[in-house]
Design a binder for this molecule. Structure first.
Ligand code: GLS
Length: 810
């Protein structure tokens, strides 16, 4: 049925009455939200079923994207946008006196990820559906999402995120008990000869019921709906009686209770390994079960199935796939291995040593002994195959099992046909350093896929005013085809348009200023530069470099309150892993510096420092459109790609950047004149590692500015940081400043002065901003996933692009 306002309002009221037996005027926001979700879901479910049927009918090759993290945030608005319902719902609600924003706010963020890695997976899911690719997500349905962050006396405190227990719960999921599988863990295994095969006999193993919860991923205007399947651990009915106590039950249910709150840091815990095996086994089993339903033989499965290993956490896919092909399907080792390698592909997301997972052999044996046997056999054959052909040391360095540990990245590279990095610089580093030996062995397997972002969420939804003025110039087709945003460049001298850009930015800043006032009580001036650093708190991301500059500015202003600087509001958003002590000390120092500066009237409010609590996807959507400056200041070589850099440029912020991760490609796109670059290069960083010539203490002793700023951390200038200030001081001086903060400090000051100077020329600023918006389309995840589809997975798009909106029925 054609959707119009009258029809929508009628259907909405009817559904509200059916579900809750009330009228609109009596309904709470939760009831309104639930009713709206119910309507939305029943509409897209028709397309969801159809998408699935089309895959079957066409015998499509399907991809399964395994990721231990998915970070979608809220889904209501993006579902409405993709269905073509967004404006209609807003207008309809207005007509019947409902505040849409308040209803949408009821939805809890689906925070099943820590940061960039999980958010990338969510943007990919959106783009894959929007481009009509047959790709399914496979992950874990954590009962608790990423912790909620509160500040108490400036310290980070972590509270549980009971997202499923909120009034709204997860409106989008469908529990599919009939699709449950059993995962076997623990115990012992023996191989016995049976009918000419080696059959594993498990003893004392634990059986776990894996129940899938499916979330529909709605494509943009194409009636294509993919599935994100999240697994939950339960006790199998058949063995319920074996778990008579709450404690015993908890052992099982805990597997999918918490998301490990680490980013680029390996949790290193037994439960984490159980989580990994649990979702890998559940996912792989259900893939093969499904495949067998429609195919008689399994020896060509790689022609119809691709499995993507997103970072090393799902690397056991390699061994689990082998286990099923060998133990259950009785393929020969050679045949099984050939199919496994052809099926698997792997993305590496970091070069941080602590994030390259390894597991102790006894631990893997305890979690799944059969998997260890298979990994050991893969390792054995790998070594045997190379012996005599390759340098012995190279073989030692690349094997999967060495030093008593299982190296997951090695398993992922050896067991797959493709390994990619997430920005050119990162991929180059994989080839030349981190995975160099593997690059020698398998050069053809390595490729780059620079990350991307979903423009729908990060522009159309997050910044509707900007999207509207773009419509005025380009029409609406860019919403379908991101590349068209490039055409904005031609308005670079259109003063009226540049002024409109400035007005939109001001409005966004006013909105953020209001939010800041509500949440922190601090008033900020929307005409000041909004200087934003939002990302996980990690030493390599160098929030400290930013803080040191803030302290310098403050000291300068104390000395000379009339100092002519452009007023700035420094805005931080960052969670630290609960066990990451140093990162938490940095949070405390930023908060205390903020308290000092924000309450010191002698500096006339020229600078303000705002650290917003609980940075998450929803907060990002409010901060990013209001940013003037995007701080991307990691030590060169450490940030694999970054994605907030792309989101911020898309919203017109100018980037202050080191030559790291995707910043390099951003610079290539916008040109050196439209970005503020500074700092060491990757080569310079590596040279320091080699010749050990960096002595940070010298900078403290010989650079008066650095001396003065660092002293402020320990001499009481900033109150309440006696311990944390010393900890940071020591790390930057006596412990030789691992991330070259002091080395890059002067250059950072230089570039920030240039920022001030540029901001004074508003026309120039807006022109630079415009170029950034126009060029951000190169980082659309629609483009990125197309490359994954054609170059790694070899799958085709099966949906017609809408062109004009193909309406979803009511
Ligand atoms: C990360 C990297 O640190 C980011 O640079 C990258 O953008 C992201 C997605 O590829 O992956 N790796 C990681 O473990 N967490 C990340 O955010």
């Amino acid at each position: 049925m054609e959707l119009d306002k009258t029809l929508f309002i009628e259907s909405f009221k009817k559904r509200l009455s059916q579900k809750y037996a009330i009228d609109v005027s009596d309904a709470t926001n939760s009831e309104l939200y639930d009713t709206l979700c119910s309507l939305v879901k029943s509409s897209y479910s028709v397309s969801w079923r159809q998408t699935w049927k089309d895959y079957l009918k066409e015998n499509e090759k399907q991809v399964y994207y395994f990721s231990i993290e998915f970070l979608p945030g809220k889904l209501l608005k993006s579902n409405l946008l993709n269905m073509g319902w967004y404006q209609l719902v807003i207008d309809s609600f207005k007509e019947i006196g409902i505040d849409f924003e308040q209803v949408a706010a009821v939805e809890p963020d689906m925070a099943l990820g820590n940061g960039g890695l999980g958010r990338l997976a969510a943007d990919f899911m959106d783009s894959l559906a929007s481009e009509g690719y047959p790709v399914n997500g496979n992950g874990i349905r954590y009962r608790y999402g990423l912790f909620k962050q509160r500040f108490v006396n400036g310290y980070q405190v972590e509270l549980p995120d009971e997202w499923l227990k909120t009034a709204a719960g997860n409106a989008w999921e469908i529990r599919r008990a009939s699709k449950a599988v059993t995962v076997t863990m623990g115990g012992h295994v023996e191989l016995v000869q049976k009918n000419g095969y080696l059959e594993p006999i498990y003893k004392d193993a634990t059986l776990i019921k894996a129940v899938p919860y499916d979330v529909g991923i709605v494509g943009y205007h194409n009636q294509h709906v993919n599935t994100l399947r999240l697994w939950s651990a339960e006790i199998p009915e058949a063995v319920e009686s074996c778990y008579p106590t709450i404690e015993a039950r908890r052992q099982i249910e805990d597997i999918t209770t918490v998301l490990y709150p680490d980013d680029s840091n390996e949790a290193g815990r037994r439960l984490r390994l159980k989580q990994e095996y649990f979702f890998v086994s559940a996912g792989v089993q259900s893939i093969i079960r499904h495949y067998k339903k429609y195919h008689e033989t399994i020896d060509q499965i790689s022609q119809r199935v691709a499995i993507h290993i997103n970072d090393t956490h799902p690397a056991m896919c390699v061994a689990e796939f082998m286990r099923i092909l060998l133990d259950e399907e009785h393929l020969s080792w050679e045949k099984a291995w050939e199919q496994t390698v052809k099926t698997m592909s792997y993305t590496n997301h970091t070069i941080m040593a602590e994030a390259l997972e390894t597991w102790d052999i006894p631990l893997l044996n305890e979690i799944q002994p059969r998997i260890l046997q298979i990994v050991a056999e893969i390792d054995h054959r790998f070594v045997a195959h190379l012996a005599g052909k390759m340098d012995g040391q190279l073989i030692e360095r690349t094997r999967i099992i060495s030093g008593g540990k299982v190296h997951m990245a090695h398993l992922a590279v050896i067991g797959s046909h493709s390994t990619n990095g997430v920005a050119q610089l990162h991929t180059d580093l994989l080839k030349s350093d981190v995975l160099r030996d593997f690059y020698t062995l398998y050069p053809e397997r390595f490729n780059n896929k620079t990350n991307g972002i979903a423009l729908r969420r990060w522009l159309q939804l997050a910044n509707p005013e900007l999207a509207a003025i773009i419509d005025q110039k380009l029409g609406r087709n860019w919403r379908q085809n991101a590349c068209q945003l490039q055409q904005l460049q031609q308005y670079n001298t259109d003063e009226q348009f540049l002024k409109k850009l400035a007005v939109v930015k001001l409005h966004n800043k006013q909105r953020l200023a209001k939010l800041i006032e509500e949440r922190t009580g601090v008033t900020v001036d929307p005409t000041a530069i909004f200087d934003v650093q939002i990302k996980r708190l990690h030493a390599y991301k160098r929030q400290l470099l930013n803080l040191l500059r803030i302290i310098k500015l403050y000291l300068d202003l104390k000395e000379n309150p009339d100092l002519a600087i452009v007023p700035r509001v420094f805005i931080f958003g960052a969670k630290a892993a609960p066990s990451y002590h140093y990162a938490k000390s940095i949070i405390k120092c930023i908060n205390e510096t903020a308290a000092l500066i924000n309450h010191d009237s002698t500096i006339q409010g020229k600078i303000k420092v705002i650290f917003l609590e609980n940075y998450d996807v929803s907060l990002a959507e409010q901060i990013i459109p209001a940013a003037d400056i995007s701080e991307q200041i990691s030590t060169a070589s450490k940030e694999a790609s970054g994605t907030s850099n792309m989101k911020l440029m898309l919203n017109g912020a100018l980037t202050v950047a080191t030559l790291d991760g995707a910043n390099v490609e951003i610079k290539e796109q916008v040109g050196a004149d439209n970005i503020f670059m500074f700092g060491l290069t990757k080569q310079e960083v590596y040279r320091y590692y080699q010749d050990h010539s960096y002595h940070s203490l010298d900078y403290y002793h010989h650079n008066l500015v650095i001396h003065r700023v660092l002293d402020a951390l320990i001499d009481g200038t900033i109150p309440n940081i006696a311990a944390e200030g010393h900890e940071i001081f020591d790390s930057l001086t006596y412990l030789n400043d691992d991330y070259f903060v002091l080395r890059d400090f002067e250059d950072y000051l230089r570039i920030q002065d240039q920022v001030d100077e540029t901001y004074r020329d508003q026309k120039k600023w807006q022109q630079m901003s415009l170029i950034n918006i126009a060029k951000a389309c190169h980082f659309s995840s629609d483009i990125t996933v197309k490359k994954y589809a054609s170059e790694i997975w070899q799958v085709r798009s099966v949906a017609q692009k809408g062109g004009v909106n193909i309406g979803y029925p009511l």
